[in-house]
Design a protein around this ligand. Structure first.
Ligand SMILES: Cc1cc2nc3c(=O)[nH]c(=O)nc-3n(C[C@H](O)[C@H](O)[C@H](O)COP(=O)(O)O)c2cc1C
Length: 218
């Protein structure tokens, strides 16, 4: 399901950033192409070297590539992706995404992406339950972005509650299921049942659960 898919992973400044390494490995093992874009804060938690080695692609952090005036094209990056996954998503980045703030490469890429966007929040329980965060999460959902809910458990602060980033295995499964749910009709297997040769054609999807009537095919 993930073979050949272009997965763009955005990593932000959370203690859970170390999980991004495992996540990248899992996607690569599934045959996906992976590119990583990080915020500056994220580089304090996990090195770009680790993520570029595992993803087999340069990790992008800044708008500018070097002193020669070359730049990292966030528009191209956004168009390359079949799916953008921001994980871990910090409270700060979630707030910026919800408000159209575009002061780093990750956020500019997010705003340019035409693909489906998923984000996996990671933060302390009180940050997660704060009215501002809840409002921002609602706002992101209204834009069509999909949250991968954090788990309940022990947090880096030592407190116990909701806010632990979902485990990489669960995230990969979530994305796999999302791709399979969004499969274009042409990729599914059909049983064509011709009832009335001129008018009535009933189409059943064999690989899915739902029978579909496609009268416009007649
Ligand atoms: C040790 C440490 C752990 C942190 N963990 C988190 C976290 O899990 N979630 C979060 O939202 N912010 C966390 N922060 C705060 C963010 O790093 C900070 O808000 C930063 O500005 C986020 O920037 P970014 O969204 O551009 O990556 C942490 C800060 C420190 C020093």
């Amino acid at each position: 399901m993930l073979k050949g898919k272009n997965i763009l992973i955005g990593v932000t400044g959370s203690i859970a950033a170390y999980k991004a390494a495992h996540l990248v490995r899992l996607f690569i093992k599934k045959g996906a192409n992976v590119k990583v874009v990080m915020t500056k804060a994220a580089t304090e938690f996990i090195t770009p070297l680790t993520l570029s080695t595992l993803s087999k692609n340069p990790v992008l952090i800044d708008f500018k590539k070097n002193e020669t005036g070359e730049w990292n094209n966030h528009v191209e990056l956004g168009l390359w992706a079949d799916c953008m996954l921001i994980t871990p998503a910090s409270a700060n980045t979630i707030a910026k995404m919800a408000n159209g703030i575009c002061d780093n490469l990750l956020l500019a890429t997010y705003l340019s992406a035409r693909c489906k966007v998923y984000f996996a929040p990671a933060m302390d329980l009180d940050m997660y339950k704060h009215a501002t965060t809840l409002k921002n999460l609602k706002q992101l959902a209204s834009f069509g972005n999909t949250i991968i809910h954090p788990e309940h458990g022990e947090l880096a602060s030592g407190l116990v509650g909701e806010g632990r980033m979902a485990e990489p295995e669960a995230i990969v499964k979530f994305i796999e299921q999302a791709f399979s749910a969004n499969l274009p009709a042409t990729n599914k297997r059909y049983l064509l049942l011709l009832v009335q040769p001129t008018k009535l054609l009933i189409l059943f999807v064999l690989s899915g659960i739902t029978p579909v009537g496609k009268w416009d095919l007649l």
